[in-house]
Design a protein around this ligand. Structure first.
Ligand code: GRF
Length: 214
């Protein structure tokens, strides 16, 4: 499945997706990378892998909808079937979310629906949660909302700062996003009543408690 990744910055999730899709049994192919910033460090990951990479600068457009229509045209012109947002720092319009409905994935660094939006790690620490993590979901018009495909959980440590928690969650992100993309590309994922159903999903049996006793 020809897949595009949209980025704005570092691109570590892009790198994880590129690596995973290089495996011989991968069902998704990263065929295009688009950044809204020409200086996004992540563009280098695409170039190093020989993947076409483009910049579509949002500042060239009169409004969000014009930008989104241009993005969508680029994606369609390249025969893209799936789109992954990976640190893409532009809010997409409802029009775009609808156009790419159930073909548009996002990753967010919290266990949604907790802590949508910016600053998720600082807010998770302020709330005193014992676990945080990441969520890969289909995109809807509302920010960081939509049917959940995969979540990864990490323990929160008492001494965590937003930076140390972010680093731990990022490791989970790099594992979860490839799993979610592969599931969607395999055709095993359906959205029913705004929930994701996965054919033959394997669910872990473990209960994890934080702190551990003793
Ligand atoms: C990740 O934490 C992702 O969850 C969030 O933005 C960050 C992007 O990091 N949406 P990277 O550019 O993939 O390294």
């Amino acid at each position: 499945m020809r897949t595009a990744v949209l980025i704005s910055g570092r691109g570590s999730n892009l790198a994880a997706l590129i690596d995973a899709c290089r495996q011989p049994d991968a069902r998704a192919e990263i065929a295009l990378v688009i950044s809204n910033r020409s200086d996004a460090a992540g563009l280098e990951h695409a170039r190093a892998a020989g993947i076409p990479a483009e910049t579509v600068d949002h500042r060239r457009f009169a409004g969000r909808e014009e930008f989104d229509r241009c993005l969508s045209d680029r994606l369609e012109a390249q025969g893209i079937a799936l789109v992954c947002l990976a640190g893409f720092m532009r809010v997409l319009t409802g029009w775009f979310a609808e156009r790419w409905r159930d073909r548009l994935l996002n990753i967010h660094p919290s266990l949604l629906p907790a802590f949508p939006g910016l600053d998720a790690h600082r807010r998770a620490l302020a709330a005193g949660v014992r676990f945080s993590g990441c969520t890969v979901h289909f995109v809807r018009a509302e920010i960081d909302a939509g049917p959940i495909i995969v979540q990864g959980v990490v323990p929160v440590r008492q001494e965590d700062t937003p930076e140390t928690l972010a680093a731990r969650v990022l490791q989970a992100e790099h594992r979860c996003y490839p799993v979610a993309l592969d599931l969607v590309a395999s055709g095993r994922v359906r959205v029913v009543d705004e929930r994701v159903l996965i054919d033959d999903a394997a669910t872990p049996a473990t209960i994890v408690i934080n702190p551990e006793s003793g």
